[in-house]
Design a protein around this ligand. Structure first.
Ligand SMILES: [Zn+2]
Length: 326
């Protein structure tokens, strides 16, 4: 067996989802100094060996009852994101393409990629998707849990597929060079995206329904659909999406999802999307981002090849990013 620590440091580690931005806007938490709460900040991202991290714009939290119009909230979070490099001493950079992510790794910096979780900030106007692209957004998730102008989320009763606007979002995202993310999207919408997409799509933070029957997880047909399109399913550390008994969530149970998805669709279609700072509760062994090397150690222990580990930790997501994002 090979030693996991050097492998982890050598691989390009690319996490597809965290919720730091909304929290930083709402409670003013800093980024450049180590916090003793939350799941991540710059010192802990560096310690955890993360080379690229997607930061979601998220405007619908019940934790923030005074939220204003989603477009305004989104703009505040975009600006908060662009301010992150200022106090980082060159250790954090904004990335808008695969080459910038690779350059950041060479320089020992963390690359931040802006994403949008739910199309609420677009207010039904496709030109705002173009604007957010100009502002650096390179991945768009159609919904959170409820209905919006684009589609229905997983908690919407009698969920339908994409609206005409939702179809426009998918087409325009591919035209601009933005990833389309199906996490949180209800099943009819996932089917529509897979039918409509001109290239690979991702699920940025979602596990396997077969192991944990939660509506946020993907069933076998959906996993296969994403793989057929060349996309990536990024496993997530949210306890309730790992096991129906969330108090028993652990790294080992998360690795069960990796094993299952690998058997079903192959290791070329697996990534990681922690959802750090986006959930309550604890997944034992993955308490915060500094524990990420334990995930690599777990993959080594379960017999994955170095190539497979490299792909799962970030290689697959970077491949899709390079294919789609301009
Ligand atoms: Zn989410």
């Amino acid at each position: 067996m090979f030693s996991p620590e050097p492998i982890h440091r050598d691989c390009l580690v690319f996490d597809a989802h965290c919720d730091f931005l909304s929290l930083s806007v709402w409670d003013g938490r800093g980024f450049d100094r180590r916090l003793n709460y939350g799941h991540l900040d710059l010192p802990r991202l560096l310690e955890g060996g993360v080379n690229a991290q997607m930061f979601a714009i998220f405007t619908l939290s019940q934790r923030h009852p005074t939220a204003e119009h989603p477009t305004l909230e989104a703009l505040r979070q975009v600006e908060a994101f662009h301010q992150l490099p200022q106090q980082s001493g060159g250790r954090f950079v904004v990335a808008t393409c695969a080459a910038e992510i690779e350059r950041a790794k060479v320089r020992g910096a963390v690359a931040g990629v802006l994403s949008m979780e739910g199309c609420e900030p677009l207010a039904g106007d496709i030109n705002l998707l173009r604007l957010f692209y100009r502002l650096g957004v390179r991945c768009v998730g159609l919904t959170w849990n409820q209905r919006n102008a684009a589609a229905d989320g997983i908690a919407q009763a009698d969920a339908r597929g994409l609206t005409e606007f939702g179809r426009q979002v998918v087409r325009t995202a591919f035209e601009l060079g933005m990833l389309v993310d199906v996490s949180h999207l209800a099943a009819p919408g996932v089917a529509d995206v897979l039918q409509l997409a001109e290239g690979p799509v991702i699920a940025s933070h979602t596990n396997a329904y077969a192991l944990c029957p939660h509506p946020r997880n993907l069933n076998d047909a959906q996993l296969e659909g994403i793989a057929r399109r060349g996309g990536v399913v990024c496993v997530t550390f949210v306890p309730a999406f790992i096991t129906p008994a969330p108090e028993q969530a652990s790294l080992e149970r998360l690795l069960d999802h990796v094993d299952y998805i690998a058997q079903r669709i192959g290791t070329e279609h697996i990534g990681i999307g922690s959802d750090f700072d986006g959930y309550d509760g604890v997944t034992a062994g993955l308490e915060d981002v500094t524990h990420l090397p334990a995930l690599t150690a777990g993959l080594v222990q379960r017999g994955y090849t170095i190539t497979a580990i490299r792909n799962i930790l970030g290689g697959n997501l970077l491949r899709v990013f390079r294919q789609v994002v301009r």
